[in-house]
Design a protein around this ligand. Structure first.
Ligand SMILES: Cc1cc2nc3c(=O)[nH]c(=O)nc-3n(C[C@H](O)[C@H](O)[C@H](O)COP(=O)(O)OP(=O)(O)OC[C@H]3O[C@@H](n4cnc5c(N)ncnc54)[C@H](O)[C@@H]3O)c2cc1C
Ligand SMILES: *[C@@H]1O[C@H](CO)[C@@H](O)[C@H](O)[C@H]1NC(C)=O
Ligand SMILES: *[C@@H]1O[C@H](CO)[C@@H](O)[C@H](O)[C@H]1NC(C)=O
Ligand SMILES: *[C@@H]1O[C@H](CO)[C@@H](O)[C@H](O)[C@H]1NC(C)=O
Ligand SMILES: *[C@@H]1O[C@H](CO)[C@@H](O)[C@H](O)[C@H]1NC(C)=O
Length: 520
């Protein structure tokens, strides 16, 4: 076989030996935030065939009894939090940024839905712009903007809804993977026994590199965004299911020091009913805001009064729409806000601002999913943990600009997803899930530990031990995964492993997450 020149050079170099020096590969937060500790080579993939031939040449040049076994992982946009992308052995990364082609768009006029093919590195904002030009959107199976479809589907990423499918994989009907032999394989939803689909739909990247997929698309719509401010006690004692379920997408933000919640909800409106083109700012800030927030939150490492003030300020800012009118770039001051589906649901960065992490505002996070039937019990338990600190005279707050993020998910069956059901834990997952996503500021000073660091670990451990909760696969530490394994259905793990052994018999795509789950 003839390889393209750049690749044959890479293959030639590789077939000698992989470089002896390993380096760290970082998350979106940059240096100091490794997602892999032991990377020897990064390859920018140019096509699915290129991924396939690279894997084959790496396999050919690695003896099966080698003391340094072959390890390969895909790399998307690095939008993950911890050092859980790779295994700790020397790893080759295959970057998918240039697997960015979009094709085979089918949405006949008048049809309720259609499909489109995307390569694994296509991001949400790339596809949204492409589809908007063709009067289409992907609906509600979304995550944030600069994230790849391959990375989202691999890790079970999702938006927030009980009414509509909002897990990205739920909008996928076909997946193409380069497996552990370097072969291209297509897995089609509804084919065969369903075992392969149930594994590939949240594969954790362990079946191979996702190089393409077919997604459902819908006619583009306009949507509204509204927000209500609720007293904490009304949520903790209220009908949480019905705060969320009536809407296309909805979530809660919790301000534990203020004892308030914001309820954000969205749904469609007739396209001709409004000329407004609202655009949501998800993560951008001005430099002035960033420096002020960083200074205040850094002092909050030592002084709880700084954290209390920060929560007051963030809450006050979050009362108002984080939206601008796209055509004039002017702030929209009041609810509701209207605009095109993607602009309102996600949006992106304001043109004159940068993402907060580019100003050194980095975070820790923890995300766990619970049966929505346990929503009140879970939130009350967290409130007890906050109150237990208060009794010791320690005030804990949210140190994130949108508070504690509470999301929801409609049930969707697969082996390892956060919203799966039919599990042996005896919990009722059939009504859907509530996710507790607790981001917090990572001080840029000293040892980078948070004020009252132990509190965060205590929250995680208590929830994992007392509830049948499941981790988000890129928003938790190794410690959290290790503790949470007991909550993952053993039969799902066994069935996933059987598919993994078919796709990747040598385990070249293994990661620490796969190792912790006992899949090797
Ligand atoms: C600002 C921000 C907002 C976010 N919002 C949400 C959200 O709303 N909902 C949510 O659920 N998550 C959210 N996430 C998490 C995010 O969706 C996941 O971490 C996702 O996996 C990141 O995709 P990526 O393209 O950046 O991949 P990377 O971070 O590069 O990789 C993540 C993991 O996926 C694997 N992987 C990547 N591409 C592929 C591929 N093509 N084939 C096989 N494996 C692959 C990698 O090996 C790695 O293990 C957010 C993250 C950030 C930083
Ligand atoms: C791969 O792409 C990234 C980002 O575009 C670039 O920084 C890097 O140099 C490229 N690597 C190679 C080996 O071409
Ligand atoms: C998206 O991610 C890439 C890194 O893969 C980064 O270079 C680029 O600036 C990001 N874009 C935005 C708008 O954040
Ligand atoms: C990197 O991986 C190699 C084997 O693949 C191992 O010998 C080495 O100890 C690892 N290094 C680190 C820092 O983990
Ligand atoms: C869930 O379990 C029920 C009862 O055992 C079974 O009928 C159903 O097919 C299962 N659903 C899935 C998706 O496995």
């Amino acid at each position: 076989m003839r390889l393209p020149p750049s690749l044959s050079a890479a293959a030639a170099a590789l077939s000698l030996t992989l470089p002896a020096t390993a380096f760290e590969y970082n998350t979106f937060d940059g240096p100091g935030f490794p997602s892999c500790h032991n990377v020897t080579l990064i390859h920018n993939a140019t096509s699915p065939a290129d991924v396939s031939s690279l894997v084959k040449s790496l396999l050919a040049s690695t003896p099966t009894d080698s003391t340094t076994p072959l390890r390969i992982r895909a790399a998307g946009k690095g939008h993950m939090w911890y050092d859980t992308q790779c295994s700790d052995s020397a790893t080759v990364l295959i970057r998918t940024e240039n697997l960015a082609r979009i094709s085979e768009f089918e949405l006949p006029p008048g049809a309720e839905q259609g499909t489109v093919w995307v390569e694994g590195g296509v991001t949400f904002f790339q596809l949204a712009a492409w589809l908007h030009e063709r009067e289409a959107s992907v609906g509600y199976t979304l995550t944030n903007w600069n994230i790849s479809f391959g990375g989202s589907v691999a890790m079970g990423a999702h938006r927030s809804s009980l009414r509509e499918d909002s897990m990205v994989a739920a909008g996928v009907v076909e997946v193409e993977v380069v497996d552990g032999r370097g072969d291209l394989r297509r897995v089609v939803r509804g084919d065969g026994t369903g075992e392969e689909w149930a594994a590939v739909s949240t594969s954790l990247g362990l079946l191979g590199v996702i190089v393409g997929m077919r997604l459902r698309v819908y006619p583009d719509t306009k949507v509204y965004a509204r927000q209500a401010t609720l007293d904490e006690k009304d949520v903790l004692n209220g009908d949480i299911y019905n705060l969320i379920a009536p809407y296309a997408t909805a979530n809660l933000w919790w301000w534990p020091y203020k004892r308030k919640f914001h309820q954000r909800y969205y749904d469609t409106v007739p396209a001709k009913s409004t000329t407004q083109e609202g655009f949501q700012n998800t993560f951008s800030v001005t430099e002035l805001e960033a420096v002020a927030a960083r200074t205040l939150l850094n002092s909050g490492k030592y002084l709880p009064t700084s954290n209390m003030l920060a929560e007051e300020i963030f809450f006050g800012q979050w009362e108002k729409p984080n939206f601008r009118e796209k055509s004039t770039n002017k702030a929209l001051e009041s609810w509701p806000v209207y605009g095109w589906n993607y602009d309102v649901l996600i949006g992106g960065l304001y043109p004159d601002q940068k993402a907060e992490w580019e100003y050194g505002l980095a975070g820790y996070t923890l995300e766990l999913a619970f049966p929505v039937t346990m929503a009140n019990a879970m939130l009350k338990r967290v409130r007890q943990l906050f109150d237990a600190e208060l009794k010791k005279g320690i005030v804990m707050t949210s140190t994130y600009r949108s508070g504690i993020n509470i999301k929801f998910g409609k049930p969707y069956f697969d082996f390892l997803g956060q919203v799966t059901y039919n599990t042996s834990d005896g919990a009722d997952w059939s009504k859907g899930a509530i996710m507790f996503d607790f981001p917090s500021f990572r001080p840029t000073v000293g040892d980078h530990k948070r004020f009252n660091e132990q509190f965060y670990h205590n929250v995680a451990n208590t929830l994992i031990d007392e509830f049948p909760c499941r981790p988000h696969w890129t928003k938790n530490t190794r410690e959290v995964f290790t503790r949470a394994v007991k909550n993952i259905d053993p039969d799902h793990l066994r069935r996933f492993k059987a598919v993994r052994e078919q796709f990747d018999p040598q385990g070249i795509y293994r990661s620490v997450v796969g190792e912790i789950l006992g899949l090797y």
